[in-house]
Design a protein. Structure first.
Length: 149
């Protein structure tokens, strides 16, 4: 099946354990993956727009270059996840744990990061706009993020 993309569009996969799975470039758009486990999984360049990851465990997961537009990551555990160059426009990351995660060069325009745990998060080159919601007293530019109009 070399060269074929795995497709699980709109799949109902809540509470599934896909820890360590290779889902590079898979299409999981609009799937329900709430409370699922993806610890150490590889979702490089995956199509994840509109996915419900509410309460999911994505510890050390590779989400670099993934399309996470309009995704629900509220209350998700993204500790040490790689979200570099990911598209997180309009994503809900409220109450998510992003400690030690890399969001380098990610698109955070219109994203909701209110009350997210951003301790030791890597934001160098991440882009945000005036509608991006940050935790109170958090200064993204001090972390290397770039504000755009």
């Amino acid at each position: 099946m070399k060269g074929e993309m795995l497709e699980f569009r709109r799949a109902e996969l809540s509470k599934v354990d896909l820890s360590g799975a290779n889902l590079r470039m898979a299409d999981l758009s609009e799937a329900n993956l709430s409370a699922a486990k993806f610890t150490g999984a590889d979702l490089f360049r995956a199509e994840l727009s509109g996915v419900n990851f509410r309460g999911a465990e994505l510890i050390r997961t590779n989400l670099s270059r993934a399309n996470l537009r309009q995704v629900n990551l509220s209350q998700a555990n993204l500790t040490q996840a790689n979200l570099s160059n990911a598209d997180l426009r309009e994503a809900d990351l409220s109450h998510a744990d992003l400690s030690n995660a890399s969001l380098r060069e990610a698109n955070l325009k219109q994203a909701d990061l209110k009350e997210a745990n951003l301790s030791e998060v890597e934001l160098r080159g991440a882009r945000y706009d005036k509608t991006t919601a940050w935790p109170v007293d958090f200064c993204p530019t001090r972390m290397g993020a770039i504000g755009e109009d």
